[in-house]
Design a protein around this ligand. Structure first.
Ligand code: EPU
Length: 299
């Protein structure tokens, strides 16, 4: 298969948290047809695979043997009137900043939400009471069989930090958002405020994967963790951030085992103190799958 690939890449280089082992097979298509070739080959061979974006909402707890797909499409934005289109591998924050520069309003919430456009689609990214679905006009993806589909979002496909991509192995390729005309300086100022807000309440200078747990209905995971007295708790180099309880950070070279233990401890102590079961907000990858038959032989 003529898809650029690399072997044994440490997840420390592929994720913002920097925890995890090796990515045994990393496939990096540079265009939609290469991505389609990869998906079709996997479908034909019955080969499971995983999809990686910018790795900013991901905790890897092992080496991953199955092929990992990471898009490296050209970083090009297209504007048509009030619409802005970006490929899935484009940075979500960069798109928000470009919209502000163009005097288009609607993506201000995205300032400070790390990750790719594909990741934003998958999680229905949001902050400050707004989320992607509010502005999403159309999106493109490949089905698990490799069929290319472009469609408008439909009811039930996107909700709080969830989209149908989370349950289906479909591959997001890109999206178009419909924005509103606004005053460039006002939009840029709002983007700056949103970036700043996160910078003051969140430990963005440490390696992190954003909020680790979902907010329970009507509550705040960060506050519960804080009230349980867990801020500053450490297992090796994995730490509950002293700045924001829902950020578990890597303050050096935290191992996957240390990180898993810290997550388990926080969950157990919040359950004891508040009777609340915290659910992961980050995606967690383990190597539970049987060893795959690689799509291409070892060089
Ligand atoms: N709080 C504490 N102690 C803490 C942390 C928070 O008392 O250690 C309190 C705050 O004072 C505030 C409340 O808890 O009254 C909520 O905290 P915050 O405003 O920081 O928001 P959050 O609910 O913790 C959510 C998102 C963040 C997003 C911010 C800003 C989730 C799980 N988290 O955090 O998203 O950046 O709002 O919009 O929905 C992420 O998705 O990775 C993420 C970090």
């Amino acid at each position: 298969m003529r898809v650029p690939h690399r072997r044994d890449v440490p997840f420390a280089k592929l994720t913002t948290l920097g925890v995890g082992g090796l990515c045994r097979w990393l496939f990096e298509p540079t265009g939609e047809s290469q991505a389609q070739a990869f998906i079709r080959a996997c479908a034909r061979e019955g080969q499971p695979y995983r999809i990686l974006g910018m790795g900013s909402n991901l905790v890897i707890l092992d080496d991953i043997e199955m092929p990992v797909l990471r898009l490296r499409f050209p970083a090009e934005l297209k504007r048509e009137g009030l619409s802005l289109s970006a490929p899935a591998s484009f940075g979500h924050i960069r798109m928000s900043q470009a919209a502000a520069e163009a005097g288009l309003s609607g993506l201000e919430y995205a300032a400070g939400i790390p990750g790719s456009v594909g990741g934003a689609l998958r999680m229905n990214a949001g902050a400050y009471g707004a989320e992607l679905i509010d502005v999403l006009a159309t999106f493109r993806f490949l089905t698990p069989e490799g069929e290319l589909i472009e469609k408008r979002p439909e009811p039930g496909e996107f909700r709080y930090r969830w989209s149908f991509f989370a349950e289906s192995p479909s591959l997001a390729l890109g999206m178009t958002v419909k924005l509103a005309e606004g005053d460039r300086e006002t939009i840029k100022a709002q983007v700056a405020v949103n970036m700043e807000k996160r910078g003051t309440s969140q430990p963005l200078s440490k390696r992190n994967a954003g909020c680790i747990f979902k907010n329970p209905p009507g509550g705040s995971a960060g506050r519960l963790i804080d009230q349980a007295g867990l801020k500053g708790l450490r297992v090796g180099d994995a730490e509950v951030s002293p700045e924001h309880g829902n950020f578990l950070v890597n303050i050096g070279h935290a191992s996957a085992a240390e990180f898993a233990e810290l997550m388990d401890t926080v969950r157990a102590r919040v359950k004891e103190t508040h009777g609340v079961d915290l659910e992961s907000e980050v995606e967690i990858w383990r190597n539970l799958e049987p060893r795959p038959t690689p799509l291409i032989p070892h060089p």
